[in-house]
Design a protein around this ligand. Sequence first.
Ligand code: NAD
Length: 297
Amino acid sequence: MTEIIDGNAVASEIRDEISDCVETLQAGGVTPGLATVLMSDDPASETYVSMKQQDCEEVGINGIHVEIEPDAPSEELFETIDRLNDDPEVHGILVQLPVPDHVDKREVIRAIDPAKDVDGFHPENVGRLVAGDARFKPCTPHGVQKLLEAYEIETEGADAVVVGRSDIVGKPIANLLIQKAPQGNATTTVCHSRTDDLAAKTSTADIVIAAAGVPELVDGSMLKEDATVIDVGVNRVDADTEKGYELVGDVDYESAESVAGAITPVPGGVGPMTRAMLLYNTVAAASEQHDIEIELP
Ligand code: NAD
């Protein structure tokens, strides 16, 4: 029987534990604060930010939201980041990406105080992750790691294939999998858009993590019997629904499910974990900044 990896259930447990962390911080006189900054009128970005704010409210994190007109000069964004860096009530800062073309994304990431960089994208935090001394693990890779842990998927000695090499998903997932650490020690192959024969790589893997942004790229014929399949992809495809689209992953669920030993659905797999791990990083940031010990999940 294929095990369906329930991201909603695991995320819900993690959120409960984060609520306890918030209580501990509050007992020490600190309410953790997360600032979200949106410089976009893209409806998907607006939705993501409002979900993050709602998540904060549910666990007792103080959510602060700043909106900047997409055509405003980039200085306005940098001044906002400086102000939030200096604000003692803000422990985490998240600038929703993508930013408009006239704003240099790398400069934005570098402008955030690394101690408040709850996305984990600042070069200092990327360096620490690669060196095996992570301060903040990026939310999606961390969420994937927590799912593997929750379902006791053995990574040690396993052959893992990561499909995708982005800075926010593919590369950090691969980095975590090769660490000499729990939920690491996997022999890891990273595939990407120039990979010659993707199926040849995925079909021998014990663990396949799909993060390519290509609807249903990985199907059952490309998988080894009983492989664990983690689908990070979230793609809108045209469909005869009220909204005119539906969300599908990077894995063809139907064919993959019949071969896999364990698989994440879309939605309800990695997505809720990404959201939970942002809350995790925010309480971790508050704990570090105020030197209050908390028991992170
Ligand atoms: P990206 O576009 O930055 O990177 C995609 C990567 O996939 C690239 O490295 C590219 O080389 C590789 N790729 C593209 N086509 C390929 C192919 N045919 N074969 C092999 N590799 C190929 O995307 P991203 O930001 O890493 O996101 C990947 C997917 O994950 C998207 O669908 C995104 O929406 C989703 N995502 C989901 C969550 C979540 O919480 N569930 C979070 C972040 C991203």
